[in-house]
Each structure stands twice: as structure tokens, then as C-alpha cells.
Design a protein around this ligand. Sequence first.
Ligand SMILES: [Zn+2]
Ligand SMILES: [Zn+2]
Length: 318
Amino acid sequence: MRAMIFEAPGRPLQAIERPIPSPGPGELLLKVHACGVCRTDLHLLDGEVQIESPPRVLGHQIVATAVDGDQRLGVPWLGWTCGECVYCLSGRENLCLRARFTGRDIDGGMAEYTVADERFCFPIPEGFPDLQAAPLLCAGLIGYRALRMCGEAQRLGFYGFGAAAHILIQVCRSQGREVYAFTRAGDERAQAFALELGAVWAGGSGDSPPQELDAAIIFAPVGSLVPLALEAVARGGTVVCGGIYMSDIPAFPYSSLWEERVLRSVANLTRADAEEFLALAPRVAVETRVTEYGLEQANEALADLRAGRFSGAAVIVP
Ligand SMILES: [Zn+2]
Ligand SMILES: [Zn+2]
């Protein structure tokens, strides 16, 4: 089969031919229809998040069909948990001490076939074509977990308006919440995209929103956004860091956190998150905007993501 493999940080993915993998006990052999590209893939490529045993097939937003079945399945970032650590036993398998992640510790979806633990595969809801479904599996799922951490916040700031934000804004609107979109200063295309999807305001990350926010989610991996977001939220407001990696956070005065503001991160997902969000997405009628790339164009997709050359999400079709 054809696959794109990661060999070492700083090197482009390599196109190779390798045997179709064999599923072990409890695993499914999957034919990949589509695989979404995620910012985490850039952090893996750059060595900001480590791959311990390369070579590795990246890709953790997989839409596939089991070779001996006909149901479409989605494979997300969480690929395996131990089931016995303190986190697994307390409903927090996203923090499992021995968790293994798709496209980091387990070969992922940038290939014609992959294998996955069937306990971590989820039926894809009807009505989502393969390409449109792929971004639901990380941008949607982990984004939704970040949104849940914002509680009942009515006015939400999104810092960075990429794949996750373009899905979550649709969820927020269906719940009657307002979204304020912060992009790189001068990124008029991203701001127009946010307004088109129903943001009540869009501006640069250093701009002050017209209203105090109840909560903010930082999607961009930029630590200097943390003090800015804390300044933008009202008393008691929450700032959620949604990514797996962020540059260092600069020092900021305690007064920015004072008055019960909360700063927290969101890590990974649980299977319950996946079930909840995949049930919600069709009810909201989430529409994902995708740009399609062939398997051998994976490096181009990653470069375009890095440069912000498309709106929405990139999806690879092997
Ligand atoms: Zn991801
Ligand atoms: Zn565990």
C-alpha cells in the first residue's frame, strides 16, 4: 500500500510502499477514505511533540471502512488506554498514564490502510460525506471538549479561526451564543470567514472586543495570546488553551487572573466526548469547509496549514 511516513523532526514526510498492516486481537483492518490534517501534525513534524519510535504514519482524523464490514468508522487521536490507571478509573481516560495516540504512537491515516483498536472506532453519522466528516474527529471532538470547559458562557472569544473554530462556531450559534473571532492582525480573509459563519465581531488578536467576554478558547499555539485573552474575559471568566503545544507564555500581572478568572488547558479526548459530539454534529447540521489533497500531497497540505492558505480544514484522500 502507499503511505506517507514521518522519519524525523524537520524532515518532510516520505512517500513509501509498505505491506498492508495486519490487525492484532481486537483490532480492525481499515480502508482509509479520508484523513484530516491537524495542527498537531505540524507540532509532530517540528519535534514540539515527540514521536518516540519513528517511522510513523501520521493522521488522526480517519474516516474508513473495516475491510470485513460496511459501516463507516472514524478513528480519533485517542487510540488506546490502559483501563486501569487512576485516570481511566475516574472517567478521565484522556489523561491515561499509558495512553497511545493515533498518528503518534500508533500508525495513523495518511495511508491506504490502517489498523485501529475497535474500542476506539466510532460510527460516522449519516449525512456527512467522507471528506466533510474527517475534521469532526479532532477539530470537532477536542474543540467540543474545550467548549464544554467554557460552561454556560454566552460571549465566547476564539483566538485563531481554523478548523476547530469553524466547526465550534456552528455549535455555539445553535446554542444561541455569541462568538468573537480573533485572528492574526490583518488576516482579513480569516476575519471575513468568521463573519460569514456568524461571528458577531472579528478582529486582530491584539484588539479589544466590543464587549467583555465570558470565556475564550485559544486555538493558536501562541503563548502571548494567554495574557491578551485573560484581559478580554470578564470577572469569573475562563480561558481554555485548546492545543497540545504552545510557545512560552509571557509573564503577566496577577491582576489579569484576579477576580476568579480561570486559565486551563484541554488535553486529548475521552470516548464519551466522541460519542457526545458525533451525536450532536448532525443535530446542529455542522457543515465543514474542506480543501482536498491527494496522499502524496500531504506535505503540501501541511505547508498550506502552516501558512494559513485555506479556510476551514485540509483533508487527505489516499
Ligand atoms: Zn488533532
Ligand atoms: Zn489508563
